[in-house]
Design a protein around this ligand. Structure first.
Ligand code: GLN
Length: 513
C-alpha cells in the first residue's frame, strides 16, 4: 500500500526533524530529504505536498543552499518555513535582506486570513521566531495572511498555486497552535489521509521482509534487551519465524538477571529462536586490571564482535544481518549539514558484513523512537520492555569507575537493582529518561554498629531528557531518596555511603565514563 506522503526538504535547520515528527504524529507519512535533491527524484515519490524547512544560511549569501529550480513546477502545495519562505520568495522575484532587528523568541501573530492555513485558530496566537533576515517585498501572486509587529510578511500565501510561507516555526512546542497549522496544511490543503499507523506499518513491513528475505534465506541479529533490538527481533520473528536467529551475548557486565529476563521474554514468551552466548569469562579476562574508560569500551566492543562472529559462523549459511537502525540515524547521514554517506552501524559490524558476505536488513529505519515504542506495544511486548531506559553496550563496566572485579560487580548489581525497584515502586520510572547506580573508585569512612567502617560509595544518577543530547538531573523526592539510600546501605554489603548526582548535560554527560 502506498501512503499519502509529505516530503520535507531540509535546508539545515536544527528543527527539521521536528517537522517530520509533528507530521507523523498527525498520522501522515513523511520523509526528510536534503534540500539539494533533484525534483525528478521527488516526482517518483509522488508526494501530496512539500515543506521547505528553515536553515542557518541567508538566501542571498554565496554558497547558500538552493532548491532545484524544477521544484517550482512541481504542481503540489508547498509550505515554506522561515528559510523556506525566504527561498520561495527569492526564487520568484521577492526581496530578502538582513533585518535591522534579529527576532528570536516569542511573538504574537495577528491572523488576517484564516482559511485555509489558520482555520480554527483565534485571531491572535503565540508563535516562535528565530531569524535575522526577512522578506521585504513579496513575489507576484503572493499576499499577506498574518503579521507580527516586526514582520509584516509573517505569513503569506499564493492561493493560485497553493503555496504558503511562514516566518515562524510551527514545529516547536513554543508555538502552541503549531500542530493545527501543520494539520491544516497537510490534511486540509494537501488532502493527505491519516493512514500512517503502527498497525499498518506492521502489516506492510512483515510483507516487505518476507519479499526481501524470500522462502529460504536466513537472518541473524544481536539482541540486547533494549527496545530497538527487541522490537526488530520480534518483527523479524513474526515475518520469517525460526529462519531468524537472535543472538544474545552475555558479556558478564549485564545487570542483575538481565540475560535471564531477555531469554524469558524473547524465547519463552515470544518463541524467538534465541541463542544465548555466555561469554562472561572471555570478557572478564580481558577487562581484568583495566581502568581507562575508553579502553574498557574498546575491549567490550571488539570482544563483542569476535564472539558474535564465532556464533554467526557456527550457525553458518546466513544471508542477512538485522540492525535496529532508526530514522534519526538515517536523517543524520542525509541531512544537509552532515552529508556523511555512511549510516552508523551499531556495534561496528562492518567487518562482519564483508567477511560473511551478509546484506543489511533494517526494518525500523523509517521510524522515530516513539514510533518504535508504539510498534512494540502493537507487537504485544510488555510495557516494561517497551519503556526500558537505555542501557549502554559496555554495560556495567562503565558504571564501575576504576577496576572491574567480581565483588565490585556484585555490589553494583545489587545496588542498581534496589534503586530501579524503588523508582518503579514510587511510579517515577516512566517519568525519568535514564536512571542508574554508579560505583565510585573511592572508599569513605563510616560507622556501623559502633565500629569504624571504610567502604565503598554508590552514586545515584537520574535524568530527564527527550533526546539524550541534553538532559537535566531529575529531582527525585526526598522520601524516595531516603528509602533508596537506607536500603542500599543496609542491604548491600560493602557500601557505607550513597550520594546523588546533581549535574546536567552539558557540561556533564549522562553516563560517568
Ligand atoms: N538564516 C535565516 C534567517 O536568519 C533563516 C533562519 C531560519 O530558517 N530559522 O532569517
Amino acid at each position: 500500500m502506498r501512503h499519502d506522503s509529505i516530503i520535507i526538504l531540509d535546508f539545515g535547520s536544527q528543527y527539521s526533524h521536528l517537522i517530520a515528527r509533528r507530521i507523523r504524529e498527525l498520522g501522515v507519512y513523511c520523509e526528510l530529504h536534503p534540500c539539494t535533491i533533484k525534483a525528478a527524484e521527488l516526482h517518483a515519490m509522488e508526494p501530496k505536498g512539500i515543506v521547505l524547512s528553515g536553515g542557518p544560511y541567508s538566501v542571498y549569501e554565496d554558497g547558500a543552499p538552493h532548491a532545484d529550480p524544477a521544484l517550482w513546477d512541481f504542481g503540489v502545495p508547498m509550505l515554506g518555513i522561515c528559510y523556506g519562505l525566504q527561498e520561495m520568495s527569492r526564487a520568484h522575484g521577492g526581496e530578502v535582506a538582513a533585518s535591522e532587528k534579529r527576532e528570536y523568541g516569542h511573538a504574537e501573530l495577528k491572523i488576517q486570513t484564516a482559511e485555509p492555513l489558520f482555520k480554527g485558530l483565534p485571531e491572535h496566537i503565540q508563535v516562535w521566531m528565530s531569524h535575522g533576515d526577512k522578506v521585504l517585498s513579496l513575489p507576484d501572486g503572493f499576499s499577506d495572511i498574518a503579521r507580527t509587529s516586526n514582520s509584516e510578511h509573517a505569513a503569506v500565501c499564493d492561493p493560485r498555486r497553493n503555496w504558503f510561507g511562514i516566518q515562524f516555526h510551527p514545529e516547536v512546542s513554543h508555538t502552541p497552535m503549531g500542530k493545527t497549522i501543520l494539520e491544516n496544511f497537510v490534511c486540509g490543503v494537501c488532502g493527505c489521509a491519516r493512514d500512517w499507523t503502527m498497525g499498518s506499518f506492521l502489516e506492510e513491513t512483515i510483507e516487505r521482509i518476507r519479499q526481501t528475505v524470500g522462502e529460504s534465506e536466513t537472518v541473524i541479529g544481536a539482541v540486547s534487551g533494549g527496545v530497538d533490538s527487541t522490537v526488530a527481533a520480534v518483527l523479524m520473528h513474526k515475518a520469517i519465524g525460526s529462519r531468524f536467529h537472535a543472538i544474545l551475548v552475555d558479556n558478564g557486565v549485564l545487570r542483575m538477571k538481565e540475560a535471564e529476563q531477555v531469554m524469558a521474554r524473547l524465547r519463552d514468551r515470544m518463541g524467538i529462536n534465541l541463542h544465548l552466548i555466555d561469554a562472561g569469562e572471555t570478557f572478564m579476562k580481558k577487562l581484568y586490571g583495566v581502568t581507562d574508560p575508553e579502553s574498557k569500551r574498546k575491549i567490550i566492543g571488539n570482544t563483542f564482535i569476535e564472539v558474535f562472529e564465532i556464533e554467526a559462523k557456527r550457525i553458518g549459511d546466513v544471508n542477512y544481518l538485522l540492525q535496529g537502525t532508526l530514522y534519526p540515524d538515517v536523517i543524520e547521514s542525509v541531512s544537509f549539514k552532515g552529508p556523511s554517506a555512511t549510516i552508523k552501524t551499531h556495534h561496528n559490524v562492518g567487518g562482519l558484513l564483508e567477511d560473511m558476505e551478509l546484506k543489511l536488513i533494517e526494518p525500523l529505519r523509517e521510524l522515530f523512537k516513539d514510533e518504535v515504542r508504539a510498534l512494540g506495544l502493537e507487537l504485544g511486548l510488555d510495557e516494561e520492555s517497551v519503556y526500558r531506559h537505555p542501557f549502554p553496550g559496555p554495560g556495567l563496566a562503565i558504571r564501575i569507575l576504576g577496576e572491574i572485579t567480581r565483588d565490585r560487580l556484585e555490589i553494583l548489581r545489587h545496588a542498581d537493582h534496589i534503586y530501579m525497584g524503588e523508582l518503579k515502586e514510587a511510579g517515577l520510572y516512566r517519568d525519568i529518561g535514564q536512571a542508574f547506580a554508579v560505583l565510585l573508585p573511592v572508599r569513605s569512612v563510616g560507622v556501623m554498629g559502633d565500629s569504624r567502617t571504610y567502604e565503598q560509595v554508590i552514586a545515584l544518577r537520574a535524568v530527564q531528557t527527550t533526546d539524550y543530547m541534553t538532559a537535566d538531573w531529575y529531582p527525585i523526592p526526598t522520601e524516595v531518596l531516603k528509602r533508596i539510600s537506607n536500603r542500599i546501605i543496609n542491604e548491600v554489603r560493602g557500601v557505607n555511603r550513597v550520594v546523588y548526582d546533581v549535574s546536567s548535560k552539558p557540561p556533564s554527560t549522562i553516563e560517568w565514563e
